[in-house]
Write a protein that binds this ligand. Structure first.
Ligand code: HXH
Length: 333
């Protein structure tokens, strides 16, 4: 095969937005060269979540996340922080007292404050933005907020408290609200309502993270556009924080597909081409586009949510070679 010169994705996009990837302790090694070449922003996939950073009360374990931060620094990449307050991947102790009963509102606020202050302060010099609250909005029905220990124990002001604590710890950090199904009209409107209410109350919030866990059919391009327009009307910056384009609808039970079919790859190429063209139109409000992984040798979508199903959601294949989609994304830029 004739060697085709592969341009650096983040350099091609230097006049548009930063290009990021989520990494973990393993992929930061196995995808090292690919990442160094193509991305100028990193997010830790799991290593900065509460269960990883504070597995026991008062015992902070920063070592693994620190390694990722060091890699970012050595390679002049920016570092996003993910995530401070979420209903998943919380250590068991967080919502219960030593005797096993439910913590009080005051106690939980206190624990939240300690966690946020300690973590944000630790990464003050290295992490420029934080997903302060992740996925607090309810997907279905008319409830605005999802039922979670945070909401049940503290009440709906847990969100503003989280932002205030983060802002106290690092007044320079950009603070984001991050969520999925962000382009579905009903959820979009709820996220908008939540963020608008925070802004109206003077809460220090600077950006909205659109996760972007999409697939070959969903969401429609028009819905992505309308979501971007609507969020941008709030005057905050936007980031695509967890982009991937799954080959499957969420609960597609097909586990017999061992490599992507030509049809899948063509559809994915077309999706990536159109999505990046759309994102480029909004370069004035979109500051970073982060993939939730970077090459098809590893994705959280392998075996999830369907056991035994492999996925291929990125621009680079399992051998770190650019896919057709990569060439469309960098075309004519
Ligand atoms: C994201 N959630 C998180 O922000 C990120 O931290 C994590 O590493 C991966 C993805 C996306 C998500 C949201 C809801 C969801 C699944 C993924 O709902 C289900 C949970 C369990 C089973 C089925 C669906």
């Amino acid at each position: 095969m004739t060697a085709q010169k592969i341009p650096s994705l983040h350099k091609v996009y230097q006049n548009y937005f930063e290009i990021g990837a989520a990494v973990n302790a393993k992929t930061v090694e196995t995808q090292r060269d690919l990442l160094i070449k193509h991305v100028n922003s990193l997010t830790a996939e799991n290593e900065m979540k509460p269960e990883n950073l504070q597995p026991e009360e008062g015992k902070f374990t920063f070592e693994t996340a620190d390694k990722i931060v060091r890699f970012a620094k050595e390679n002049k990449m920016k570092m996003r922080g993910h995530t401070l307050v979420w209903h998943n991947q919380m250590p068991d102790w967080f919502f219960t007292t030593q005797s096993g009963s439910k913590v009080s509102r005051e106690q939980l606020l206190d624990r939240m404050k300690t966690h946020i202050h300690t973590v944000v302060n630790h990464y003050k010099d290295d992490v420029y933005c934080w997903d302060v609250v992740n996925e607090a909005v309810e997907d279905k029905g008319t409830d605005l907020l999802r039922k979670s220990p945070w909401l049940e124990i503290i009440g709906k002001d847990f969100i503003e408290k989280a932002f205030e604590y983060a802002h106290e710890a690092d007044p320079d950090a950009l603070l984001f609200y991050n969520d999925y199904n962000e382009s579905h009209p009903e959820k979009r409107d709820k996220i908008y309502t939540l963020v608008k209410s925070l802004i109206d109350k003077g809460v220090p919030i600077h950006g909205i993270g659109l996760q972007g866990h999409w697939n070959l059919e969903d969401p429609h391009l028009d819905d992505i556009r309308q979501a971007i327009e609507k969020y941008a009307s709030l005057g905050l910056q936007l980031q695509l924080t967890e982009l991937d384009i799954s080959m499957f609808k969420w609960d597609d039970r097909r586990t017999d597909i061992k490599e992507p079919t030509e049809e899948m790859l063509e559809k994915q190429t077309d999706r990536y081409e159109k999505i990046f063209a759309l994102l480029r139109e909004y370069k004035d409000v979109i500051t970073c586009v982060t993939f939730w992984g970077f090459a098809d040798d590893y994705t959280w979508l392998d075996d999830f949510p369907v056991e035994g199903r492999k996925n291929w959601p990125f621009l680079f294949d399992e051998n770190h070679e650019p896919k057709q989609s990569f060439w469309k994304v960098v075309r004519d830029l």
